[in-house]
Each structure stands twice: as structure tokens, then as C-alpha cells.
Design a protein around this ligand. Structure first.
Ligand code: DGI
Ligand code: FE
Ligand code: FE
Length: 214
């Protein structure tokens, strides 16, 4: 499989999807994203994909899943609130979601729109999208990779991003703890509402890895 991937890279200079996680080619997916997103956001998802593929190779995660999840993670970011509210009702999702907004919806509810509209049914990929903003107490390696790739992609520029990159290169789980700690501190520092899952993620990850992030 790894040889086949190398051949695919050489022949097509791009990753070829051959595991049926999505009923389209990578370039068709990229066209869909280009239409769904403004250029700045589209460029971000390309960088998240690139970062996710590198982390996937390093940490033994399926590269095809990392590519698809990286490209799709913000698929729904620019949808109007009505689309999310309709989807929450249609799928019978937790009504507590209605108290939040796009920051939370584009991942949790966005995963449902991806299933409906892009035909992705793989629960690992969908969970990586669902949890890319808040994290989760238990995350697969793919979910961790997407959570971190979104945070450290080369276009990110905030206090602490260099440290996040160094920690993540050394220890993926410590990277998760670092991001979780800093995001919660940011939300509290700015008086923002904290989604309960964000707090659950904090409790599951930060005390455990505290020694590895300072
Ligand atoms: O969609 P992106 O901008 O690429 O990145 P993201 O999906 O990680 O979203 C980041 C934003 O989400 C950031 O401004 C912090 C915010 N966020 C994360 N957890 C919570 C949250 N916002 C609220 N209100 N509550 C949370 O629990
Ligand atoms: Fe996002
Ligand atoms: Fe993102």
C-alpha cells in the first residue's frame, strides 16, 4: 500500500483516493470545497490537509483519511445559521446546541452536512470533523491529528503557535493538551461561552499531560 502510494505520488503528483471513504476523487472534492468556501478559508483547508498528512505519516494514521478530514473539516464554516438549525432539528441533535453558534456548529453539525452532501460515512472521519473545534475526552489518532493540524498549520500566527508546533512534533497527545489548555484560557479570558465538551476535553487531557507542556 505504501509503495502504491509512492507510485501515485510520482505519477499524479497528488494523493489518489482508493479506499472508498468518499464517492469522488481528491480533485473533485477540492472543487466542491472551492465552491463552498471563500478563498481565504479554502487556502486554510489546503494547509490543514498538508499538515494533517505530515502528522498522519509521523504518527501512523491513514493518510487518505487525514487528507479527506483535513480538506472537509471547515466545509460548513460559511453556511448560514438557518442551515445548522434545520440540520440540528432534522437529525435530532442535542437541543443544547441551539444555545451556541457557528463556532461550535460548523464542526458538530457540519459533520452531518458532510455526510448528507459529500457522501462520507466513515465515523472516524466524521468524528474528526465533529471534534476539530472542541476536542473530545476520547479521540482517535485521526481526530488528534485533525485537531492539531487545524491549530498549527503554517498560516496560523498567534502567541504560542511555535511552541504548539514543537510540542506536537515531539508528542501528539501533549499537543492536544497544549491546545486545549490555551483555548480554554482564551475563552475564559474573553468571557466567551464554553461548550460543555470543551470542558470535558480539558479535564480528560490537561491534568494528565500537564508535565509535558510547560
Ligand atoms: O474554524 P477555524 O477558525 O479554522 O478553527 P476552529 O474550528 O478550531 O475554531 C476556532 C474558534 O472556536 C476559536 O476562536 C475558539 C472557538 N472555540 C473553541 N471552543 C469553543 C469555542 N468557542 C466557544 N464559544 N465555545 C467553545 O467551547
Ligand atoms: Fe473549524
Ligand atoms: Fe479550520
Amino acid at each position: 500500500a505504501s509503495l502504491l502510494r509512492s507510485i501515485n505520488y510520482i505519477v499524479n503528483e497528488e494523493l489518489v483516493y482508493n479506499k472508498n471513504y468518499i464517492p469522488m476523487t481528491r480533485s473533485e472534492l477540492i472543487d466542491r470545497l472551492k465552491k463552498a468556501l471563500k478563498d481565504k478559508r479554502f487556502q486554510h483547508v489546503l494547509r490543514v490537509e498538508e499538515t494533517a498528512i505530515k502528522l498522519a505519516e509521523q504518527y501512523g494514521v491513514d493518510v487518505e483519511k487525514a487528507s479527506i478530514a483535513g480538506l472537509c473539516h471547515d466545509y460548513a464554516k460559511q453556511r448560514p445559521d438557518e442551515d445548522f438549525i434545520a440540520e440540528i432539528k432534522k437529525k435530532g441533535l442535542n437541543p443544547l446546541l441551539l444555545d451556541y453558534g457557528n463556532a461550535i456548529w460548523h464542526g458538530v453539525v457540519g459533520a452531518e452536512l458532510i455526510k448528507d452532501e459529500l457522501g462520507i460515512w466513515d465515523e472516524d472521519i466524521l468524528n474528526a470533523v465533529r471534534h476539530h473545534t472542541t476536542g473530545a475526552p476520547v479521540m482517535t489518532k485521526l481526530e488528534q491529528v485533525i485537531y492539531m493540524a487545524d491549530y498549527i498549520e503554517p498560516g496560523r500566527d498567534f502567541a504560542g503557535v511555535k511552541k504548539a508546533r514543537v510540542i506536537t512534533a515531539a508528542n501528539l497527545q501533549a499537543g492536544v493538551a497544549y491546545q486545549t489548555k490555551h483555548t480554554l484560557a482564551y475563552l475564559i479570558g474573553n468571557g466567551k461561552p464554553v461548550y460543555p465538551k470543551t470542558i470535558e476535553t480539558y479535564n480528560a487531557w490537561v491534568p494528565q499531560y500537564e508535565g509535558e507542556i510547560d
